[in-house]
Design a protein around this ligand. Sequence first.
Ligand code: TMP
Length: 214
Amino acid sequence: MRGLFITFEGPDGSGKTTVASKVCELLKENGYETVHTREPGGIEIAEEIRNVILDPKNTAMDAKTEALLYAASRRQHLVEKVFPALEEGKIVICERFLDSSLAYQGYGRQLGFDEVLNINLFAIDNTYPDLTLYLDVDEQVGLDRLKGRSFIDRLDQESIDFHHRVAQGYREVRKRFKDRIVEIDASKELDQVVNDCYQTIMNRINDPRRTEEQ
Ligand code: TMP
């Protein structure tokens, strides 16, 4: 049986890395073969692209160039890591995917939702996640958490207005893909957030439609 492609989305500072790591541990403890990865990155070529995109000194980067680099790293990551793992029947947990580009480049950079979707459709060959967990935190909480970080990348440095537009973009993404995206209240205690994510994944695994889809 094909594996399951699960993505975590949410604004900067929403706790994706911490929550995804704990959810992966739980899945493994319960016998599920799981691959934890992230975008942009997850494999060597995509990590190199990540460094170019996020390097604070690359202030000359054009918004469309940025969108294309995210799509390029997405393509390589799918081909090298995600597709093979799904073929092997594994659960792939990926921090960020298409929805991040729609929110950050489509809305944050104001390139347009459909424009960004179109360049990404070329990259993803119709591979949408089976399930997306959206970690919902108040925008300001996310931004405050960022302030505590030692490394601030090129996108973290963006204006408050940019981050407001990203939040608006995520609202649009959730509206357009409401069957795929489940909102998780990430303002709760960490253990509760992890448990809510895990239960949502179990529901998807046990969904009778899953066996019919294969
Ligand atoms: P991370 O800090 O969550 O690893 O993500 C790096 C930054 O890249 C984050 O600010 C969100 C941004 N990003 C986009 O703007 N578009 C994308 O398609 C992806 C995957 C990330």
